[in-house]
Design a protein around this ligand. Structure first.
Ligand SMILES: *Cc1c(COP(=O)(O)O)cnc(C)c1O
Length: 257
C-alpha cells in the first residue's frame, strides 16, 4: 500500500501531468499578453481606418521593467520591435534575447552612454535625440563603431518644462544639422512624449512632420511619427497621424515598482 502511494506521488509523474495540463490550457487560450496585443492591434487598425492622417500605424511594445517571461510571450507571438528606456536594461536584454529583435531606445540618453549604446548590434533606432550636441556625439560614436544609426528627433510637443525634447521652433534647424553634418545618422522620424491626450500637441507634431518632409524633400509615407501611449494612442493616430504608438501597460500590465 505504502509503495503504491509512493508511486502515485512520484515527483516526475506529478510534473509530467502538470506540464500536460499546462499545454492543454495554452492550446485552448491565449496568454494575457497575446490577448492584449491582438486587442491593441485591432484598436489601432480601427483608428487608422478612421484617420485621414495615418495610412499605417505600428504598435511598439515598451518593455521597461517588464518581466522577461512576458516579453518572450510577445516575441513568440511574432513581435520583433521592442522599446526600452534604460541603457543598462537594453544592453542586457539585447544580449539575452534573440538577435533578430530590433531594439528602439526611447529613454533619456546621457551622452557618455552613446558609445556603449552603439556597440549593441541590433539597436535599430534611437528615438530620443533631443539636441544637436547629442546627435553629433552619436554620429562620432557611429564612426568609431563603423556603423550607421537611425534616429528620431524628440520634440517637446506639450511645452512642459519638465519634459525633454526640442522646442518645436528648433526642430527644422536641428534636422538641418543632422542631415548635413551627421552623415552616419539617418533621420527617420520625430517623436514626442506629450501630455496625455494633448490633441493640440499631436496636431503640432503632424505639422512639424509635414513641414520637415516638404523642406527636405522626404517622402512623408517613409517618415515616422512616434507619438501616443497606452492612454492616448487612438488620439495620436487620429489627430497626429502617428505611424508608431508606444504601448506598455496595455500590453504587459502595470509595471513593477
Ligand atoms: C513607458 C513609456 C511608454 C509606454 O507607456 P504606457 O503608458 O505604459 O503605455 C511609452 N513611451 C515612453 C517614452 C515610455 O517611457
Amino acid at each position: 500500500m505504502f509503495t503504491r502511494l509512493q508511486k502515485l506521488y512520484q515527483p516526475q509523474l506529478i510534473s509530467k501531468n502538470l506540464s500536460l495540463y499546462r499545454s492543454f490550457c495554452t492550446a485552448s487560450s491565449h496568454s494575457t499578453v497575446v490577448t492584449n496585443l491582438i486587442k491593441i492591434q485591432s484598436d489601432v487598425q480601427k483608428a487608422v481606418d478612421f484617420s485621414t492622417k495615418s495610412p499605417l500605424a505600428k504598435v511598439l511594445p515598451v518593455t521597461k521593467r517588464i518581466d522577461p517571461e512576458l516579453v518572450r510571450e510577445a516575441y513568440a507571438h511574432g513581435e520583433r520591435h521592442f522599446g526600452e528606456n534604460y541603457f543598462q536594461s537594453l544592453r542586457d536584454r539585447a544580449a539575452d534575447f534573440p538577435s533578430d529583435i530590433k531594439w528602439h531606445f526611447i529613454g533619456h540618453l546621457q551622452s557618455n552612454k552613446a558609445n556603449g549604446l552603439l556597440k549593441i548590434p541590433n539597436l535599430h533606432v534611437v528615438e530620443t535625440v533631443d539636441n544637436t550636441k547629442l546627435a553629433k556625439k552619436l554620429n562620432k560614436a557611429c564612426e568609431s563603431n563603423e556603423r550607421t544609426l537611425n534616429i528620431f528627433l524628440q520634440v517637446n510637443s506639450s511645452g512642459e518644462v519638465s519634459k525633454s525634447g526640442l522646442p518645436p521652433s528648433e526642430v527644422l534647424n536641428a534636422a538641418e544639422i543632422v542631415i548635413h553634418e551627421c552623415t552616419s545618422l539617418n533621420l527617420k522620424g520625430l517623436m514626442s512624449i506629450g501630455k496625455i491626450g494633448d490633441k493640440k500637441g499631436f496636431e503640432l507634431m503632424y505639422k512639424l512632420k509635414t513641414d520637415l518632409c516638404e523642406k527636405y524633400d522626404i517622402d512623408p509615407d517613409k517618415f515616422e511619427l512616434s507619438i501616443g501611449t497606452s492612454a492616448d494612442f487612438e488620439d495620436a493616430i487620429i489627430h497626429g497621424g502617428a505611424t508608431e504608438v508606444r504601448v506598455g501597460t496595455q500590453i504587459f500590465g502595470e509595471r513593477k515598482n
